[in-house]
Design a protein around this ligand. Sequence first.
Ligand code: PEP
Length: 641
Amino acid sequence: MKKLAVNIARLILAVAFILSGFVKAVDPLGTQYKIQDYLVAMGLGRLIPDFMTLSASVLLSTIEFILGICLLFAIRRRMVSKIVLVLMTAMTLLTLWLALTDPISDCGCFGDALVLTNWQTFWKNIVLLTAAVIVWRYPLLMPRLIGETNQWIVMNYSGVFILLVIAGRSLYTLPQFDFRPYHVGTDLRQGWQRMMEGEDSPYAEFFMELADEGEDITENVLNREGYTFLLVSPHLEQADDSQLDALNQIYEYSLDNGYPFYCLTASTEKGINHWRNITGAEYPFCNTDDITLKTIIRSNPGLLLLKDGVIIRKWSHNNLPDEQDLTGELETSELGQLPSDTVATKILWILTWFVLPLVLLTLADRLWAWSGWLRKRNNNPLNKEKVIMRKKIVAGNWKMNMNLQDGIALAKELNETLKADKPNCGVVICTPFIHLASIAQFLDQDIIGLGAENCADKEKGAFTGEVSAEMVKSTGAQYVILGHSERREYYKETPEILKEKVLLAQKNGLKVIFCIGESLAEREAGKQNEVVKAELEGSVFNLSEEDFRKIVIAYEPIWAIGTGKTATAEQAEEIHAYIRSIIAEKYGNAVAEDTTILYGGSCKASNAPELFAKPDIDGGLIGGASLKCADFKGIIDAWKK
Ligand code: PEP
């Protein structure tokens, strides 16, 4: 139930973020105008230069889109859910302010594609904020659509798509999808007539008034049968003048063929004269409303072609029709007809070039993961010796037991015993610090490795009572146990502290036996996978592949340590296999197959054979039963059975 709720919330958020990011990226200038509206409402209008508001527009759409994709694919679940929560909290507060004070009429969250009132936006954000809280609370309940190793492909592909293909292309040419009332195919004549008849109309501000004579020619132009070119520039002073030759050529073409050509602008006489001077423009200029001009076309200047009052073509100044396009009359040329690419063909293009590759990648990734799982399942445990090359280890953890003399005696006894009867696996004893130097003197470390139970998270210095990794190494020890649940619980060792310890241990050439495992409450809540994963991610998944290969993992369910309760061999195998699978996701199958994963928790000579027979259990970390030579030997011998 909880999982279902989290995934519904995830889907709602993913769709909202992807759509919102996409429609903003389709029209970066529109989003920029909206940002400028916000700044004006906040009294900051003049302070922020245009290039900054445009960059903010592109950045905002990219972030929204990528967050949506991350939610959909469940990429970087914890980090993404936190960012989404922070964003939604900020947006909800902002829209509450909008709804209460009404400084601008619509929030612009879905660009011009879906215009909501300020209160509608606020309630929409309340729904999204609730979803964000749910996802943030249980991020790991979102199953991944793609393995961790391939997530970067999805993120980079989506980033390039939204930034370059959608936003970049829209800025260079024109928005691929036009949600405004002046899109190609719009019958301006009809819209304008309806407005004149008193109907509510988005064309109320559309007018053309000859700049020199002051005559309103809107009706004449819209009612004209045939073609008319409209060059649109909200402000001629800011218009791009790099395509003057192309513009003049189009004007000449219109003269030759008898098509009227007007320039629509909100500039003053000074601006118009300036443009005339630099371009030699001879076409007539008409005054029009500034906002209307910005709405008509997202390019300054941009060009429109009307036929019988219908907008049939729009061009940005970057892709104006050239000489080859302008041969013959419009009536018979392709240019004079409505373009063949409809909304459906554009959607198909996006499905083919963006959605389909991601679907194929996801399918391939899942197929690969599934075949890996099958391969593992088909590995006959009886052939384990031949198939699996990773090291088998039985390690003892003496904890805070035995004085120096008793410890030395036990180590000597074990040394002699194993020299006489060679083990079939690696054997390690991890002892209190004070035993290390003495035991190292006589221990045959070809047969028994020696390790500490802890080391400091600092390199050296004024840390009274601590023992550094370098000091441990200098005793002759080769191993160190880190992350034991007793140290996590009683000494409050956090994942960050353990991360430091692991780095220092490895820097000093110690092999780390890294412990992970869940508490009883966590097991009962079914969170064991989540917990072990978080522990690995928190302290060892930062390592390079080379360094991770030096780590031995010890899975120790806390509820089984020193309690006499053992996880059943099946329970242990299930989670060991899971641990191996997340190592595979992170470092690949080869590393996962080579990683030694020990089981710890009331392991004894009596249950060791059954546990060690499981394909993903590579030995044990032994507490209580490592304090007596015979008990420990009994467990070591499980590898001989
Ligand atoms: C341990 O503390 O690492 C451990 C596994 O203890 P025990 O074997 O006593 O449960």
